[in-house]
Design a protein around this ligand. Structure first.
Ligand code: ADP
Ligand code: F6P
Length: 483
């Protein structure tokens, strides 16, 4: 029976070693959290990196890692520390990531990183081919594996291959600056179907293909000498029912079951019943606009001193890619900003920012989503932003206000949120004020619309639509051959 082979750099499970034992935790990040439910329900295997370098896994535990992966229908692909440095911290996160998010000043062009990127992409392609049987559908994910589709195509010309990019695709003027632009485009074009979160990313990609490789592009189809490649937008959704149900369970739980975090949040609510909690959750990444958010919050408190002691920003930042210098610098900047603002505005009984720098279990995320009155998400660039969707899905009484950056892919589908430009502090401060004063009926009205859309365009539907379109390309291919 045919199966789907999912490939992403990171597996949905993260393996670590605690006291000589393997610990398995869920991976953080939109790709892993989103795709997990599709994988769980379907007949698929998932190939990816388990989060430790080959050198970090004691030889006696290697089989154990594979066993843990297998329990979840996953295959662990081992990468050496040199490969992780050159491929993951190097080309993926010092070249492609900043370039595709328009941080050109952070973008490095290094031949060694490129060499490792090709080497590791080949390793992924070879591992896929080890598992591939005729009739299988191959689904490659994200910017770390841009060369994989064509590497598979070279060995398995008839394979059905889909590729989905979870981050923005930049405009041609930005993409063209990449020294390896031709190779990267040719790599992705090994796929039959290429998916993006938004129509804009799709358009940018098509424009680069036509201007750099000079292929014929008609509407959303690219004609290659032997095949047609389809490009389309598929905005990724969330597992809506999971978040809704988790929120309902949260409200039904007894106080004995409450987490320490929830107790602390409740304490705050009891002490200051008319105060509001503003939430932000992201990986600590310079694309997420965390420093902008804190500065905008400072601007808000400066301009609206009547809100002192009446508001608190609960900011959860998950450690991410800390071997890359810009991430370490951002960590220092955020620490300093939080310290400075807490020092500037705190009173004996109140601090304006609660800052958590760690990953949290799912239950705590639900505590935060369900308890905070406002979510403030200010990315400077973001492929989608699933946190925005998760926040709305957990608001089972339909109250709560989402303030969302127009630079997030999610903003295209979430018009009823308060949409802001993350560079405009005055606008963010005004949106915060609007959020505080928004009547309950208006919140319910906005969230009713948002929830209806999010429930309909769930992650299941996203995967279904992509797969349906991918299978359709097979018919196109047969028709192309018969011409
Ligand atoms: P990105 O993919 O860039 O990290 P998204 O907002 O699209 O950004 O996805 C982040 C995902 O990671 C969400 O599904 C969110 O629930 C999850 N997540 C974020 N913070 C944490 C955390 N502290 N602990 C566990 N999961 C988290
Ligand atoms: O959404 C972009 C992305 O890179 C995903 O590929 C991944 O799920 C997430 O961010 C986390 O990144 P990393 O795997 O580098 O921790």
């Amino acid at each position: 029976m045919s199966k789907t082979i999912i490939i992403s750099n990171r597996l949905p499970l993260q393996i670590s070693i605690e006291n000589d034992h393997l610990e398995v935790t869920p991976s953080v990040g939109g790709l892993a959290t989103g795709l997990k439910s599709f994988h769980k329900d379907g007949d698929s295997i998932w190939i990816g990196w388990p989060g430790l370098t080959e050198e970090e896994i004691p030889s006696g535990l290697k089989d154990e890692v594979q066993k843990k992966a297998k329990e979840e229908n996953c295959v662990a692909l081992h990468l050496t520390s040199d490969e992780i440095d050159g491929f993951y911290y190097g080309f993926s996160n010092r070249t492609i990531w900043p370039l595709f998010h328009y941080f050109m000043e952070y973008t490095e062009s290094d031949d060694d990183y490129w060499r490792y990127y090709k080497q590791v992409n080949q390793k992924y392609a070879d591992e896929i081919l080890n598992h591939y049987e005729e009739g299988d559908v191959i689904w490659v994910h994200d910017y770390q594996l841009l060369l994989v589709p064509n590497m598979i195509r070279e060995k398995a010309p008839d394979a059905i291959i889909g590729f989905f990019n979870h981050i923005p695709f930049p405009s041609y003027e930005v993409f063209r600056t990449l020294p390896w632009r031709d190779e990267v485009l040719k790599g992705v074009l090994g796929a039959d179907l290429i998916g993006f979160h938004t129509y804009d990313y799709e358009r940018h990609f098509l424009s680069s293909v036509s201007r750099i490789l000079r292929h014929q592009v008609d509407f959303n189809e690219i004609t290659l000498p032997d095949r047609i490649v389809k490009v389309d937008s598929f905005p990724m959704g969330i597992d809506y029912k999971k978040f809704e149900q988790a929120a309902l369970d949260h409200f039904e739980s007894t106080s004995a079951d409450q987490s320490e975090l929830q107790k602390r949040l409740d304490h705050h609510l009891k002490d200051t019943p008319d105060a509001k909690l503003i939430l932000s959750i992201d990986r600590l990444d310079y694309t997420k606009g965390i420093a902008h958010r804190i500065r905008a919050y400072e601007y808000f408190l400066d301009k609206n001193p009547e809100y002192i002691e009446k508001v608190r920003l609960v900011m959860l930042a998950v450690p991410s890619r800390s071997n890359v210098p810009q991430y370490r610098r951002l960590k220092r900047e955020v620490d300093e900003l939080v310290g400075r603002i807490n020092g500037k505005f705190s009173t004996v009984s109140w601090t304006p920012i609660w800052y958590f720098y760690r990953s949290m279990p799912f239950e705590n995320l639900i505590d935060l989503y369900t308890t905070c009155d406002i979510a403030l998400l200010t990315p400077i660039r973001d492929g989608m932003n699933l946190v925005a969707k998760e926040y709305i899905a957990t608001r089972t009484d339909k109250t709560g206000v989402l303030i969302l950056s127009e630079m997030a892919g999610a903003a295209h589908e979430m018009n009823e949120a308060l949409i802001i430009n993350p560079n405009n502090f005055e606008q963010i401060a005004a949106a915060m004020k609007t959020a505080f004063e928004m009547p309950r009926e208006e919140q319910i009205e906005r969230n009713t619309m948002l929830q209806k859309r999010l429930r309909r365009y769930s992650v299941e539907k996203w995967a279904e639509d992509f797969m349906k379109s991918l299978r359709g390309t097979k018919e196109n291919r047969d028709a192309f051959k018969s011409i």
